[in-house]
Design a protein around this ligand. Structure first.
Ligand code: MG
Length: 203
C-alpha cells in the first residue's frame, strides 16, 4: 500500500504558515514504514527539534483505478478514518528555503499514525464532517470538511492522474488550522465528530 497526502487544503492553515494558496493540490507521499496502527506510540526522533502535529481525515481506497473522472471518484473510496501527519517542521522549513523535496520531513518512521476506519455509509454528508485533535485533553485543532479547498472527489481524481490508486491505499486530505509542536509525554487524541478514533502518546 502507499500513503498519499495533500498539503494546503484548508485556508486558515495556509495562512498560519504563510504559504501560497495553491491552484492545484500540493502532493507528497509517505512510505508504508511511516504508518502507525493500533494506537501505537510515536517515538520522538533525534533528527528534529520541531515535530508538529497535523490532524487529518484519511480516505481508504476500495478499488483500483487511474485517470478517474471526478464524477466517478466517489466509487473508489469506501472508508474514512483519522490520522496525524507528523511533520518535522524544522527539516521542512529548511527544504522549503532550498527548494528541496519534503521526503524526510514528511515521510520518516512513524510519521503517519492512523485510526481504524469507518464505512463511508456512516457519514450523512461528506461535506460536513467535523474532526478534531486534543492534546492532554485540551482542544488543539478543529476542522470541518466544508472548509476544504479541494473536495475528496477532486483529490481522488487528481491523484489518479499521476498514481494508480490501489485497494488499501491511504490519502491524507489536509489539516485545518492549529498545528503546533508536540513534546515527549503528551497524549494526543483524534476525533471524528464526538467519537475518539485515535490515540497516540509521544515517547
Ligand atoms: Mg498535512
Amino acid at each position: 500500500m502507499k500513503i498519499l497526502a495533500i498539503g494546503r487544503n484548508y485556508v486558515e492553515h495556509i495562512e498560519e504558515l504563510n504559504n501560497e494558496r495553491p491552484s492545484e493540490p500540493v502532493i507528497f507521499t509517505k512510505p508504508d514504514t511511516a504508518l502507525l496502527k493500533n494506537n501505537a506510540p510515536f517515538y520522538y526522533p533525534g533528527f528534529s527539534q520541531d515535530i508538529h502535529h497535523e490532524v487529518e481525515l484519511v480516505l481508504k481506497i476500495g478499488r483500483e483505478g487511474k485517470n478517474i473522472q471526478e464524477k466517478f471518484a466517489h466509487k473508489y473510496y469506501d472508508q474514512i478514518g483519522i490520522g496525524i501527519d507528523f511533520t518535522a517542521r524544522d527539516l521542512q522549513q529548511n527544504a522549503k528555503e532550498k527548494g528541496l523535496p519534503w521526503a524526510i520531513a514528511k515521510g520518516f518512521n512513524g510519521s503517519a499514525p492512523v485510526s481504524g476506519f469507518k464505512d463511508i455509509t456512516h457519514f450523512k454528508d461528506l461535506n460536513d464532517i467535523t474532526f478534531s485533535l486534543f492534546i492532554d485533553d485540551n482542544l488543539q485543532q478543529k476542522g470541518n470538511t466544508a472548509l476544504m479547498l479541494f473536495s475528496f472527489d477532486y483529490i481522488v481524481a487528481y491523484l489518479s492522474t499521476f498514481f494508480t490508486l490501489k485497494k488499501g491505499d491511504l490519502i491524507f486530505t489536509g489539516t485545518p488550522a492549529g498545528v503546533g509542536p508536540v513534546r515527549t509525554g503528551q497524549k494526543l487524541a483524534a476525533y471524528i465528530e464526538d467519537e475518539k478514533l485515535l490515540e497516540c502518546e509521544i515517547k
